[in-house]
Design a protein. Sequence first.
Length: 636
Amino acid sequence: MEALDEVKDKMPDDAYLMLCNASQETYDRLSREERARPAEQGEEEEEDEVDEEQGEEQGQEQGGDPDYPIVAGHATVPEGVTEIGENAFLGCSSLTSVDIPTSVTKIRERAFDGCSSLTSITIREGVTEIGEYAFFNCTSLTSVTIPSSVTDIGDYAFSGCSSLESVTIPSSVTSIGEWVFRECKALTSVAIPSSVTEIGDYAFSGCSSLESVTIPSSVTSIGEWVFRECKALTSVEIPSSVTEIGQGAFSGCSSLESVTIPSSVTSIGEWVFRECKALTSVDIPSSVTEIGESAFFGCTSLQSVTIPSSVTEIGARVFLGCTSLTSVTIPSSVTKIGSGAFRCCFSLESVTIPSSVTSIGEWVFRECKALTSVAIPSSVTEIGDNVFFDCSSLESVTIPSSVTEIGHGAFDCCSSLKSVTIPSSVTKIGSCAFRYCPFTSITIPPSVTEIGDYAFFDCSSLESVTIPSSVTKIGFLAFRGCSSLTSVIIPSSVTEIGEGAFIQCSSLTSVIIPSSVTDIGMGAFCKCSSLISVIIPSSVTDIGDYAFSGCSSLESVTIPRSVTEIGYNTFHGCSSLTSITIPDSVRIIGSGAFYGCTSLTSLTIPSSVTIDDVRLLEETCKITWKRVLRPRKGVR
């Protein structure tokens, strides 16, 4: 599980969750296989053929090679034997019952491992130790009474006893080891005696029928994943003696409706209440200073939560998928909100972010579809990637003057955001920052130097935009599909208009390209169907492929002597273009450059030009073109 920490921030949460579960199952299987191997693997196999044949016959009949004979499913351990040795009945699937004499004090490791037909066993007084895997996978065992003489129950002792309905743990036991009752799926209740101080990792993991558990005040630590997937557990009271709740302790307890966290607890570990889908509310005591990653991940019924002023950090994905959570107040003690902390809280209508917060991580409020407004405090310097992605009800947002960067997709798909003010402190608008937002106008402050790719992609209601003289680059598809944008002035500071920057701006009638621009990117003004005329400055050397393709209203265009190449399909479909003069600086005209220019009546092409496809030019433009020398066909 620890190895997964290296990748968890590089993948989606659901994928990470699936990977966690798959890895756990693989770990469990490999652990069983590894521990099931004989202790002495290097022993030489020098038995004769007769012994091998007898061993095979005995294994086929009894399912193993027992230390004591099994007759009609029953075995008797002789009086005087002090311990049942390791692997004594390992894999004896025909064993249904066994008599253990009072002389026995120890049941060693794997003594009854895999005795799948064993239905009951009496462990007599005098036994002090039950070894690791002692009754592992005894799938028919329904009940067991552990005598008061036992002080130590080994790891995995009853793990996989899927029919075990009841177990009595005596007060002589001080520690419940790891995985002891794991996957005891028929176990409905358990009383942990007051002598126990520690519950080991995975002790009751997968006990899917466990409805109630009593944790005594003697317990100081609840291990990792202890009650994981105890799907029938409805309530639990954690005593005030507990100071630490391990990672994933109650993860997947889908029927857990209430939990009491005592004031003795200082930290809530990662994944502790993950997917406790019936949990409606939780009070976090003032002793807690940190809420670990994914602590309440997928608690779909959680409606309210109180975060005390003692908490300084809210970890990543803490409340991710808490779809019933309507409001949350973050105390002024919090300085950091981890990535995805409130992601997919579909019912979250309001949130208060205190001035103590300096960083809002990526994805924090992503898909909080009921959130209508948010005030970002002046302490925040950066709005992370996708912070408000798909907050479809968000109508207004206040960005303070402390913010210097608006991250990738910060307000992407905020389909109700009608206005936003970008402060003069912002120097960069990240890619997809306001994609699909419905506001009608936007003023970009003079501090901004770069408009990222897709920044205002498909802002179909945007009628006007002011680009300041500080901007040097307009990114890829930056204003693509801004179908209400009628005009735009590109300042003289801009040197590059990215590919598809204004593609499908179907209402754009005029555009001024400054002399600072040297390159008009591929498809920059493609399908600007209302654009009537355009003047290309003398600084431009290259007009990219499809740059003005589909500009069906374009009547005139001036190509300066600085241009050396006209790309593929550059003026494709400019059906209103009547004439054009190509300067002698042009060396190449790409294939389809004037395809579909059905109104073009004249065209002057200098002799220096190589035309990719003369036939295409002649047949599709239906024009009279003249030049000193007929060009040879060339390929760019």
